[in-house]
Write a protein that binds this ligand. Structure first.
Ligand SMILES: C[S@@+](CC[C@H](N)C(=O)[O-])C[C@H]1O[C@@H](n2cnc3c(N)ncnc32)[C@H](O)[C@@H]1O
Length: 219
C-alpha cells in the first residue's frame, strides 16, 4: 500500500516538476522533437539544465562528454563552459555527430566543441587534462572504464556527472527489458563503485533517470 501511495505521489510530483520547467526554445526544442521522432536517447530536460548549471557553478572551462548523440547535452555543456571554454565530445556514430555539429552551429556554439569520433575507451587515453567536468552517457557496461581512464585527468575539485544510474527503475528493482539486462547488471556494479570511490565524494541523485554526481576530493 505504502509503495502504491508513494508511487502515486511520486508521479504527481514528477508531473508538477515537469510543468515548472520553462519550455525549451531554438535548437534544444528542435533536438527534443528529433530525439522523440527518431528514438534517440537524450538526457531529460532537467538533467540538461543541471549540466549547464553545474558547469556555470563550478566555472568548468574544459569538459569531457562521453556520448554526444545528436548534441542535446552538448548544447547545455557548451553554454555552461562559456566563451573560450571547450567541450570534448566523444561518440562512435558519425551521423549523430554531424547532426550535433549542425545544431551547435545553429546556436553559434560550434567553436566551443571538439567532436571526437571514436569509442570512448580508445579516445579518453588520448585526451589531455586537466579537465574540470566529466559527463558519462554512453555504454553503461563501460562507465567504470570511462571513469577509471578519465579520473586521473580530472582536477581536484572537478566534477563527475553520470546519466541513467537508475535505468528506468531497473537497477534497484526488476529487469523489465531483456535487452537491458546486461546494462542493468553493469550499473548495479557501477553505482556502489562510484558512490564509495576513495577519490570521490559521490552520490546518486533521484531526478531524471538517476544522475550520478561527484566531486573529486583526492588525487
Ligand atoms: C544516451 S546517448 C547520448 C545522449 C547525449 N549525451 C544527450 O543527452 O544528448 C549514447 C551515445 O553513446 C554513443 N556510443 C555508443 N557506443 C559508444 C562508445 N563505445 N563510445 C562512445 N560513444 C558511444 C551512441 O552512439 C549514442 O549516441
Amino acid at each position: 500500500m505504502k509503495g502504491l501511495i508513494d508511487g502515486i505521489l511520486h508521479r504527481t510530483q514528477a508531473e508538477y516538476l515537469e510543468r515548472l520547467m520553462p519550455p525549451r526554445t531554438g535548437a534544444l526544442a528542435s533536438l527534443e522533437r528529433l530525439a522523440a521522432r527518431d528514438r534517440v536517447p537524450i538526457v531529460d530536460p532537467e538533467v540538461g539544465r543541471f549540466l549547464e548549471q553545474t558547469c556555470l557553478a563550478a566555472n568548468a572551462r574544459r569538459v569531457l562528454e562521453v556520448g554526444t548523440a545528436i548534441g542535446y547535452s552538448t548544447v547545455h555543456l557548451a553554454r555552461g563552459v562559456g566563451e573560450g571554454g571547450r567541450v570534448l565530445s566523444i561518440d562512435v556514430d558519425p551521423q549523430r555527430q554531424a547532426t550535433a555539429r549542425a545544431y551547435l552551429a545553429e546556436e553559434r556554439l560550434e567553436a566551443r566543441v571538439e567532436f571526437v569520433l571514436a569509442p570512448g575507451l580508445e579516445a579518453i587515453p588520448r585526451i589531455a587534462g586537466p579537465l574540470d567536468l566529466l559527463f558519462l552517457d554512453a555504454i553503461k557496461e563501460e562507465y567504470r572504464g570511462y571513469l577509471d581512464l578519465a579520473l586521473p585527468k580530472l582536477r581536484i575539485g572537478g566534477i563527475v556527472v553520470c546519466d541513467n544510474l537508475l535505468w528506468s527503475g531497473q537497477v534497484a528493482g526488476e529487469v523489465l527489458r531483456e535487452d537491458e539486462r546486461s546494462s542493468t547488471l553493469a550499473l548495479r556494479e557501477f553505482n556502489p563503485y562510484f558512490t564509495n570511490h576513495p577519490q570521490l565524494l559521490a552520490q546518486v541523485l533521484s531526478f531524471g533517470d538517476g544522475v550520478g554526481f561527484a566531486v573529486k576530493v583526492r588525487g
